[in-house]
Design a protein around this ligand. Structure first.
Ligand code: ATP
Length: 479
């Protein structure tokens, strides 16, 4: 069991590649550190996760609206947000193997909590106080250079034709929520919302992450799903508690096992934050942040009012009272959710005689393929035609794949590995021909005509279901 845990990450990475969930970026050129591509099944899983989040946040709340702001924003946004000055990680180099390490992470692993906003001087003091406990994760040695802050914003030369683009850089956004803050007034003026209300957004974010380990847990180009909820200051604390409950429940509804989740409270809050808790998931490398739920006070709207000169305060339409709304934020990475869902689903099971099967036990609503339809043999036109017909009718309501590669046993293995909850097989009984290997003396079981075998991913049980009843059968189980 311990062994299974240790190499679980390797197994997930390899399955993701083998079955088309996640590929290293630009692999034929040797890859590109901390950048990954979603393959054919990965893109479906990612889409289902996005939809589940959008439904839980936007569709299920009559006072939360969506937004899709651009990746590029006015450079002043990142000054106002504090990212240009302070969005940095403390970095040191191992004197032995020259790998660059995140000092705050190494300290954390040694049981020492570093403040997010510590100066280089402070972090180096802490670093040298605990240097005996801090080892290089690559070579195991204990000798490092001093730590230096390294800004995480990714620069670009967009719109700068002067030649020296480092002088006036534009940035690829480091987080999606800034697009929400700067559109606060637009949304307010153009839609029916009134405080309290939320704006939700899903989109790409970019960070020059220093440590490029842990697969898709820490990417340089990743996707965030963020919701900013604007409230009256005096309601912020209670609303914050409500959102903590809702976000916990969201993961249970998504099908994540509760024993793999836990809360973690930030010990050192950034100066403007009033409360900050993370939902952590038990990844193969331990419990780590999946989502942050934060009470950000009136910091963001105040900063953008100051830097833009536009008053972003809110006037209550009934009482006429004017105030700066406070913000409760829920922020989660799509990629980290993807890895959590993969980890939760990954199962190895004994299936007799020392044989094991790998099966991804995805929650049914997240499975990239919900039903696979097979003709028993691919060179029998009658079987293929019937299977195609069933595929055609099921695809209207479900995510269905037609599969005629190899034999049925191999197809089950493949579908188990991509987490397909149901497989439907069309055989000779289905089309009233019975056993094809017989010399005609066996007519097959006529009572099975018009029925197919449905096999359940988790129990591996097979049952005979009439074709006419398939829609209902799957609606009950998949909708
Ligand atoms: P960490 O401490 O792990 O670097 P963070 O505290 O910087 O994360 P936030 O800025 O709060 O993260 O971002 C909100 C969410 O975005 C995180 O909870 C995480 O799910 C996701 N996220 C942040 N950075 C990355 C990344 N480099 N790759 C993938 N997802 C990320």
């Amino acid at each position: 069991m311990a062994e299974q845990k240790n190499d679980l990450m390797d197994k997930i990475v390899s399955l993701c590649k083998r079955r088309g969930f996640v590929f290293p970026s630009s692999e034929i050129y040797g890859g590109f550190a901390a950048v990954y591509d979603f393959g054919p099944y990965g893109v479906e899983l990612a889409r289902n996760i996005r939809e589940a989040w959008w439904k839980a946040m936007v569709r299920d709340h009559d006072n939360i609206v969506g937004l899709d702001s651009a990746i590029f924003m006015h450079p002043k946004v990142w000054e106002a947000s504090g990212h240009v000055g302070g969005f940095s990680d403390p970095l040191a180099e191992c004197r032995e193997c020259h790998s660059r390490v995140r000092v705050d992470h190494l300290l954390e692993e040694a049981g020492v909590q570093a403040d997010e906003k510590m100066t280089d001087e402070d972090i180096n003091k802490l670093f040298s106080e605990h240097k005996d406990k801090v080892v290089c994760p690559k070579c195991g040695k204990k000798s490092f250079t001093e730590a230096k802050s390294f800004n995480l914003l990714v620069q670009s030369n967009l719109g700068n034709f002067t030649g020296d683009w480092t002088k006036e850089p534009t940035y690829l956004r480091g987080e999606t929520c800034q697009g929400i803050y700067v559109n606060f007034k637009n949304v307010l003026d153009s839609s029916r919302v009134k405080v309290p209300f939320g704006i939700a957004q899903i989109g790409k974010a970019f960070r020059n992450e220093i440590t490029a380990r842990q697969f898709i847990f820490r990417k340089r180009e990743f996707e965030q799903m963020e919701m900013q909820y604007f409230v009256r200051p005096e309601e912020a604390a209670a609303t914050y508690e409500e959102w903590r409950k809702k976000r916990w429940q969201y993961y249970l509804d998504l099908g994540i096992r509760e024993e793999n989740l836990r809360w973690h409270e930030h010990e050192n809050l950034v100066f403007y934050a009033k409360a900050a808790w993370d939902i952590e998931y038990k990844f193969p490398f331990g419990f780590k942040e999946l989502e942050g739920v934060h009470n950000r006070s009136d910091y963001d709207l105040t900063q953008h009012s100051k830097f833009s000169g536009e008053d972003l305060s809110y006037r209550d339409p009934i009482t006429n009272e004017k105030f700066m709304p406070w913000i409760i934020e829920t922020s989660v990475g799509l990629d980290r959710t993807f890895l959590a869902v993969m980890t939760d689903a990954y199962t190895e099971e004994e299936v007799g005689e020392g044989d094991t099967r790998v099966v991804l036990k995805f929650p049914r609503k997240l499975a990239p393929v919900q039903i696979a339809v097979f003709p028993l043999l691919k060179n029998k036109p009658e079987l293929v035609a019937k299977a195609r017909e069933i595929f055609g009718s099921l695809k209207e309501n479900f995510r269905v794949e037609f599969d005629d590669n190899g034999n049925v046993g191999k197809r089950y293995r493949r579908q188990d590995e991509i987490g397909t909850p149901y497989c439907v097989t069309v055989d000779f009984d289905t089309i009233g021909l019975g056993d094809p290997s017989s010399d005609g003396s066996r007519a097959g079981d006529k009572s099975l005509e018009g029925t197919v075998t449905v096999r359940d991913r988790d129990t591996m049980k097979q049952e005979r279901i009439p074709i006419a009843g398939l829609q209902e059968y799957f609606s009950e189980r998949l909708k």
